[in-house]
Write a protein that binds this ligand. Sequence first.
Ligand SMILES: CC(C)(COP(=O)(O)OP(=O)(O)OC[C@H]1O[C@@H](n2cnc3c(N)ncnc32)[C@H](O)[C@@H]1OP(=O)(O)O)[C@@H](O)C(=O)NCCC(=O)NCCS
Length: 193
Amino acid sequence: MAITTLPALPIGAFSALAQPVLTAENVTLRPWTIRDVDAVLQGYGDSSIQHWHVRSMTPAEARAWIEHWPGRWAQDSGAGWALEVGGEVAGQLSMRHVDLHEGRVEWSYWVLPAARGKGVATTALIAATEWVFSVGVHRAELDHSSRNEASCRVATKAGYLAEGTARQRGLHSDGWHDMHLHARLRSAVSVDA
Ligand SMILES: CC(C)(COP(=O)(O)OP(=O)(O)OC[C@H]1O[C@@H](n2cnc3c(N)ncnc32)[C@H](O)[C@@H]1OP(=O)(O)O)[C@@H](O)C(=O)NCCC(=O)NCCS
């Protein structure tokens, strides 16, 4: 069956490039290295990250998680960045879903407890959004539980307009959560939050 629209982005839109290192304010977004295993374990060992991301990790799984990102990049299917502040890993931002045909990406992020409330997630999300728009992405989106007010604030501050609520779309350890969908369009790139 033929698709009747042309792809918004070609195969190789990401993989033909090197995954970039992005710097914004005091935050550096860089690809993960195997030396980051302890930081990843610290993240997925944190109760709030476990709660909102619905996962935990063993050391072997943390290594596998770090090592799977280059393959995702090579397939134009995703990317993971460590968020570094002052030379230390403070969090992560992932492009967890890519749809080249529709020019759409979806983000996920967390920040370690000691680094929260200092704008790390917002700064990283804005920088990565501007970069994917420069590559030709049409729409960038994320969702979060309607109970996760800090994540809602990050999305809003980064210019991601709230588009609606998907009822009971997320299964968390305490049951079903309504999910808020936020998005930014390349055609409306200003951050007005
Ligand atoms: C959500 C998270 C990524 C935010 O990271 P961060 O670097 O602290 O974010 P920022 O500092 O850029 O912004 C946080 C905003 O949320 C606000 N906030 C924090 N806790 C809040 C709460 N309980 N209720 C309402 N707002 C809250 C802060 O005041 C700040 O807004 P402000 O600048 O207007 O004051 C971080 O808290 C985290 O990792 N939480 C656990 C995992 C998670 O929720 N991941 C996202 C899943 S969708």
